[in-house]
Design a protein around this ligand. Sequence first.
Ligand code: SAH
Length: 221
Amino acid sequence: MSRDAARARVAMVEGQLRRRGIRDERVLAAMERVPRERFVPAVLARDAYDDGALPIGAGQTISQPYMVAAMCELLALQGGERVLDVGTGSGYAAAVLAELAADVVSIERIPVLAERARATLAAAGYARVDVRVGDGSLGVADRAPFDAIAVAAAAPDVPPALPAQLGPGGRIVVPRGTRWSQQLVLLTASRTGLVERGTVACRFVPLVGAGGFEDDGEPLS
Ligand code: SAH
């Protein structure tokens, strides 16, 4: 399995990432290293390197590899940063971020997913990721300021608590729009305020919380 997985990772990096315009060599190398098959349910391990999102339980998904790469590239990480990952899910994006930055804090609202992600991250060698349970639309105040914040769930607008937890020159990527369709937006903190740049169209699961959408009461199955 693991040699097959290594081959599948190289094919993913070439076919899904480089070919579609991901240029940051650190991002490409990180995605070639992280064993995505360990972050999906065992029955889906063979589909781990498919070009799409996959279900991880509790009605949530592990994001498409391209989306993880695009978000990481927009954050322009150099290696020394402290990063906040909102929406831990499987923990996969947190692992990629841990390859790219010095310090990763990841927050998930669904406790069972956070517990599973914590175990997966530890088993895959990423025990230093600080996994929290809570409403990530409020950030993680006790670990702020962050150099970069990646929001992996769709928000109607940029949750106001997040820019407030950003250091000078810090960056946020967030899918902004409706529950059904969004645009990935990059915000950069400058001396004169936040500078905004719209990027690709995307579709993420909703950010549910104070700075996101209301819980629609769908069962977490
Ligand atoms: N980055 C993840 C993708 C997970 S999908 C991965 O690599 O697997 C988005 C996740 O955000 C879901 O697990 C969902 O439960 C979580 N989420 C939604 N609203 C949240 C909130 N307010 N705070 C923290 N996590 C939230």
